[in-house]
Ligand binder design. Structure first.
Ligand code: IPM
Ligand code: MG
Length: 326
């Protein structure tokens, strides 16, 4: 049976890379029934729509969502990010943001499990006396036992499936002593249930050094929303570039559809020129197939992506080259 996929090409290079991802998935023999959703910065500029609740409800009927990139320079910061991307992640309770990093030449092979529904992203805070010299802006970090425990459990379960069975928690427990304490206690408790998983802890600043100087030490990393956001850009940069960085925003319970997107943005400077590297979008689609239990096709697609590809070719040519290997 065909998988029902909601496709949000979005802005800039988004639609270009998503087209290649769909091309490759179909070349792998997976049957998709896709519906395009016109959302993103361009739609917002046209009619002021970001993500209406009715559209969100429509999305719930799909098996998964494939997203290219959203955002345009003309839209003020936060409108599309909070109103579309974060609204979708939160409303569909996609609490795992999984970001794999692989670079065979450097022996890099690790995954970041980023908490995706809490932390500073929860939007707690506000202004007092805005616009006056006495202005106060607060931005809190929300950490619930439920939210912290489920992401840590997901990370342990994932580490258990991997040959090295190694899990590092990254935080800043020496400064963020409240959130850090909850994370550390929860991590230690869940670790006691998984004696087969070897654990480590890094402060986030030290992790930045290791990402650059010794990324081979990592197998699975679990961290909070903001640290995960920052670290995964660095992860992309040290493992072949952001053009290879894929991600899944997932509800592993499958109550609601998960959303798969390349880590890169809409890159308006190169949009419409067929210059974008579609590999990150293709690898994101492969993650989508993992969740749809099309694991064999997903593995073939990953293999085809990691075979050497001429990245100076155009976006559709790169897509064709990957598809041809299937
Ligand atoms: C990411 C992006 C988003 C985030 C932005 C666009 C809201 O940077 O997916 O990493 O901060 O999560
Ligand atoms: Mg980011």
């Amino acid at each position: 049976m065909a998988h029902k996929i909601a496709v949000i090409g979005g802005d800039g290079i988004g639609p270009e890379v998503v087209a290649e991802a769909l091309k490759v998935v179909r070349a792998a023999g997976v049957d998709l029934d896709t519906t395009d959703f016109d959302l993103g910065g361009a739609r917002y500029l046209r009619d002021g729509t970001v993500l209406p609740d009715e559209t969100l409800d429509e999305l719930r009927a799909y098996d998964a969502i494939l997203l290219g990139a959203v955002g345009t320079p003309e839209v003020p910061p936060g409108v599309i990010e909070r109103g579309l991307l974060l609204k979708m992640r939160f409303a569909l309770d996609q609490y795992v943001n999984l970001r794999p990093f692989n670079l065979a030449e450097r022996n890099i092979d690790f995954l970041v499990v980023r908490e995706n529904t809490e932390g500073t992203y929860a939007g707690e805070g506000g202004f007092l006396r805005k616009g006056t010299p006495q202005e106060i802006a607060t931005q809190g970090s929300v950490n619930t036992r439920h939210g912290v425990e489920r992401i840590i459990r997901y990370a342990f379960d994932l580490a258990e499936t991997r040959p090295r069975k190694h899990l590092t928690m990254v935080h800043k427990t020496n400064v963020l002593t409240f959130a850090g304490d909850l994370w550390q206690r929860t991590f230690d408790e869940v670790a006691a249930e998984h004696p087969d998983v070897e654990t480590a802890y890094n402060h986030v600043d030290a992790a930045c050094i290791y990402f650059v100087q010794d990324p081979q030490r990592y197998d699975v990393i679990v961290t909070d929303n903001l640290f995960g956001d920052i670290l995964t850009d660095l992860g992309g940069a040290v493992s072949g570039g952001i053009g290879f960085a894929s991600s899944g925003n997932m509800d592993p319970t499958r109550h609601a559809p998960s959303m798969f997107e390349p880590v890169h943005g809409s890159a308006p400077d190169i949009a419409g020129q067929a210059k974008a590297n579609p590999i990150a979008a293709i690898l994101s689609a492969a993650m989508m197939l993992d969740l749809l239990e099309e694991r064999e096709a997903a593995d073939r697609i990953r293999k085809a992506c990691f075979a050497s590809t001429d990245l100076t070719a155009s976006t559709p040519e790169i897509g064709d080259a990957v598809a041809a290997r299937l």
